[in-house]
Design a protein around this ligand. Structure first.
Ligand code: XMP
Length: 513
């Protein structure tokens, strides 16, 4: 059992809960988010050095509002309540929470009172971010006010002896000027954190864990060549060497030369057992005549599972499957996950392990994407590989609007390569979350030399984003756009018009299908 220095975040459904975790991890302290329904036994098992109670959308007096188990308060751990977290603390401890006349939303100024260690070196009258409808009107016993704001006379409180703190504002959002310092004070000054959660430590721990879990069995990995599966494979190989076999399925829907590059990296650089399956014809024939995006996804997902299973069966003694699942996918949250409408079903191999009776190895279940990237860099995976833009499972199939054919794929691959090479040459690749070309099923009239052309329109898409959930279109320099457009139209027969997508997400999505 690993005894990791852990901060427990109890989630009351705030849209910022993940941000709290990000801020803590950025301070090199490990943390886990758990639902407010976590049992006291589970908390004792986690043995956190401190507990943060998140904000939440409800009022503590609402019917069915999430409750705080009083046993948590008897654990004698440092506690920081944020917004709803502060209010629920107060309610449980005998203070008073009332609904404010006006909801306070946006920026406010924090005036510090006294010299609480939570606000050590925090400047006075700094800007903080508020988002609440209730506020404290009476302190629980044993507490002092350590901060006020114009609308919240009790904006921050502490019980010094018990190390229980609460703030009405959100220190985790960037608009709170001194937020990072406040969180760091809680971690280092109050909880006594050491801050030793580094990629190197994570790698060492993971290697030990994987080694002891796997024993003498064999492990397979579906290697797409994306960042998560690549870093996972390299890490697992470090732990168990050639007991790992990577299966890479070329579905014919990848970017130009991508499959070859992945094979080269794995075979030549890492000397990892690598099976390359070229199944592009199978995928393409099944996609023939299909225009509906969801139908495409379904076909690609099912075909993937079928081909992968076929290959895996050829290897004897396989007991485990490596998957690059990330933390945001596993966070237990009280937010209404799953009730939103399905916009796109993302292709994955979720059905595989059960069907094949495999146990899962998910080394990144606890990590955020940027942490996986850092682990990758610590494993000496080349930076340009690690910084690659995300690429969807169904690949170029969802970037060809309408039916997918080999000819259209070739055209799109060429155009996409020019686009990506140009933005790399201009030095803006790393400022963009994702950039790609989309082939439209529309012909327009053009003129080339003295002749009329009637060819395809290509759309270019480039967006900035933090997590792919929301996105804005990237503001290119005009001259760069002009250069890209000229190059693509001049070089590629079949495209005579380029348009640039200037929609944000929402209301659009990043991919066109
Ligand atoms: P959207 O288009 O939904 O994309 O705004 C958000 C992010 O998800 C990627 N994406 C997919 N990834 N399978 C995947 O593995 C899919 O079917 C899929 N559809 C979209 C998209 O590239 C972006 O990063």
């Amino acid at each position: 059992m690993f005894n990791r220095e852990t901060i427990l975040i109890i989630d009351f459904g705030s849209q910022f809960t993940q941000l709290i975790a990000r801020r803590i991890r950025e301070s090199k302290v490990y943390c886990e988010i758990h639902s407010h329904m976590i049992s006291i036994e589970e908390i004792k098992k986690l043995n956190p050095i401190g507990i943060i109670l998140s904000g939440g959308p409800m009022s503590v007096y609402d019917e069915n509002s999430p409750a705080l188990d009083n046993n948590i308060l008897s654990l004698q751990k440092p506690i920081l309540g944020i917004c709803y977290g502060l209010q629920i603390l107060c309610k449980n401890l005998g203070g008073k929470v009332e609904s404010a006349k006006d909801r306070e939303y946006g920026k406010a100024e924090l005036s510090i009172e006294g010299n609480s260690s939570l606000f050590l070196d925090v400047k006075n009258d700094s800007t903080v971010w508020m988002s609440h409808g209730d506020y404290l009107t009476n302190l629980p016993q044993g507490f002092n006010v350590i901060g006020t704001s114009h609308h919240s006379p009790i904006c921050a409180i502490e019980n010094k002896a018990k190390k229980i703190f609460g703030v009405q504002f959100h220190p985790e959002v960037v608009h709170t000027e001194e937020g990072e310092k406040i969180i760091r004070n809680f971690l280092f000054k109050i909880c006594g954190a050491k801050g030793d959660w580094t990629p190197q430590n994570f790698i060492e721990e993971s290697i030990d864990k994987i080694k002891s879990a796997v024993g003498n069995s064999k492990v397979i990995c579906a290697l797409s060549g994306g960042v998560d599966s690549t870093v996972a494979a390299v890490l697992v190989e470090k732990a168990i060497g050639d007991k790992l076999i990577c299966i890479h399925i070329d579905n014919g829907l990848m970017r130009k030369n991508e499959s070859e590059e992945v094979e080269k990296l794995f075979k030549d650089e890492y000397h990892i057992r690598f099976v390359h399956v070229n199944a592009s014809e199978k995928f393409l024939s099944r996609l023939k005549g299909v225009v509906d995006p969801e139908q495409k996804r379904k076909i690609i997902g099912n075909t993937f599972i079928e081909v992968f299973e076929e290959e895996a069966k050829k290897i004897e003694g396989v007991k485990f499957l490596v998957q690059g699942t990330l933390y945001p996918d596993v966070i237990e949250s009280v937010s209404v996950k799953g009730s939103s409408a399905t916009i796109k079903t993302h292709h994955n191999v979720g059905g595989l392990p059960k069907k094949m009776h495999l146990k899962l190895i998910e080394p990144f279940r606890e990590l955020f994407k940027d942490e996986v990237r850092n682990v990758g860099l610590s494993l000496n995976i080349p930076e340009d590989f690690i910084e690659r833009h995300p690429f969807p499972g169904p690949g170029l199939a969802v970037r060809i609007i309408g039916e997918v054919t080999k000819e259209k794929l070739d055209l799109l691959c060429e155009a996409d390569e020019i686009f990506i090479n140009e933005i790399k040459a201009a030095g803006v690749y790393n400022n963009i979350w994702q950039a790609f070309a989309v082939l439209l099923p529309i012909q327009t009239v053009g003129v080339m030399g003295d002749a009329r052309t009637y060819e395809n329109v290509l759309a270019l898409r480039a967006v900035t984003s933090v997590d792919g959930m929301t996105a804005d279109w990237f503001r290119f320099d005009d001259d760069l756009l002009a250069k890209i457009s000229n190059k693509i139209i001049n070089k590629i027969r079949g495209i005579n018009r380029i348009v640039y997508d200037i929609s944000s997400k929402p209301p659009s999505t990043i991919e066109w299908e």
